[in-house]
Ligand binder design. Structure first.
Ligand code: 5GP
Ligand code: MG
Ligand code: MG
Length: 183
């Protein structure tokens, strides 16, 4: 791989400026919807980290934050939608207004599982906020309260999203050149 990440980028889908503008709108909507309610943002590691950091600063009230890390089971059982919790929350979510913050929703299996898991802990409410939504590949419907952008069935990288743990620190959302996948 080239040492210059930009050489691997086929095209930019959403520039840094477009992301900033959209996240400002999302923050304003969340601020209005949660007036008088305390928000606990739960970021899904690791892809949602950059988005959540900017989103939280676009919300004009106090936001508590926590994180979960999950991984899908192997291919054989992935259709079951069972995911493994690699890192659980540090906070108790009982009676809290939970806002799950995700980088992208693809099949929907991860969030479908997480919603069920979190509801069992008796929060006051749960809503989903995702930066990107890829509805063409959905296997199970999940209720999305806040959606940054709907995209076609591209594999995207940047702004937290990786390919083999690379490209997360690109400041935009982009698509890789085919040769970037080769080796
Ligand atoms: P789902 O359970 O909705 O199929 O999976 C969602 C997770 O798969 C995302 O949180 C993300 O980690 C990963 N994912 C899905 N689509 C993409 C993509 O286009 N690019 C990257 N980098 N990760 C993706
Ligand atoms: Mg994710
Ligand atoms: Mg990944």
């Amino acid at each position: 791989m080239s040492n210059n990440m930009m050489d691997d980028v086929e095209k930019i889908l959403f520039s840094e400026e477009e992301l900033t503008a959209r996240i400002r709108e999302m923050g304003a909507a969340i601020t209005a919807d949660y007036a008088g309610k305390e928000i606990l943002m739960i970021g899904i590691l690791r892809g949602a980290v950059f988005f959540m950091a900017d989103l939280a600063r676009a919300v004009k009230q106090t936001v508590a934050i926590d994180f979960m890390a999950v991984s899908s089971y192997g291919a054989a059982t992935s259709s079951s939608g069972v995911v493994r919790i690699l890192k659980d929350l540090d906070e108790d979510v009982a009676n809290k207004h939970v806002l799950i913050v995700e980088d992208i929703i693809d099949s929907g299996l991860t969030l479908n599982y997480l919603m069920e898991n979190l509801w069992s802990r008796k929060p006051a409410s749960i809503k989903i906020c995702t930066l990107l939504n890829k509805p063409e590949r959905r296997k199970v419907e999940v209720p999305i309260a806040y959606n940054g952008f709907t995209i076609p069935d591209y594999f995207v990288i940047g702004y937290g999203l990786d390919y083999a743990e690379k490209y997360r620190n690109l400041p935009f959302i982009g698509v890789l050149k085919p040769e970037a996948y080769a080796g």
